[in-house]
Design a protein around this ligand. Structure first.
Ligand code: FES
Ligand code: FES
Length: 163
């Protein structure tokens, strides 16, 4: 591979900067899973259809299978591994646990990252807005009701934080 096909990438992933060369054709999904071993982000369709690989880039949701790593240069990537603050789970994670919003769990990282993106844009979504926003996140287990309920509860918890 010649030097023109590589890119000198510097990207923040969950607050830690990673710098180094990557092939220009390497997707963000490949970068996260194979290069820096953050395997919480899941691979499924690899066609920007299922939402399993959803992460946030500068607070916007992207399908990391359809986003090249070099496009994230100079940006902040948030993955499921960076959602909790130490031992303190994110309200979305707490609500998913409470409502059994994860069955097999394969879609769950993508659902939670998509939901985080939604709550950043709209802190108090309706159930209909949640359904519309998550229409690109497929759950083969059909946990949609519990997922929507979890997002509603997380929005409520964020609006009225305890103590
Ligand atoms: S693996 Fe990226 S959208 Fe399905
Ligand atoms: S919980 Fe199994 S695919 Fe969604």
């Amino acid at each position: 591979m010649n030097s023109q096909s590589r890119f000198n990438l510097s990207v923040s992933v969950n607050g830690t900067t990673w710098s180094g060369e990557v092939p220009i054709e390497e997707t963000l999904l490949e970068f996260l899973r194979n290069r820096i071993h953050f395997t919480g982000t899941k691979r499924s369709c690899e066609s920007a259809v299922c939402g399993a690989c959803t992460v946030l880039v500068d607070n916007h949701t992207v399908s990391s299978c359809n986003y090249l790593a070099f496009e994230a240069n100079g940006k902040f990537v948030l993955t499921i591994e960076g959602v909790a603050r130490g031992d303190k789970l994110d309200p979305l994670q707490e609500a998913f646990i409470r409502n059994i919003g994860a069955q097999c769990g394969y879609c769950t990282p993508g659902q939670i990252m998509a939901a985080k993106g939604l709550l950043l844009e709209n802190p108090n979504p309706t159930r209909e807005q949640i359904a519309e926003w998550l229409s690109g996140n497929i759950c083969r287990c059909g946990a949609y009701g519990a997922i929507a309920q979890s997002i509603l509860e997380a929005a409520q918890a964020q609006s009225h934080p305890k103590g």
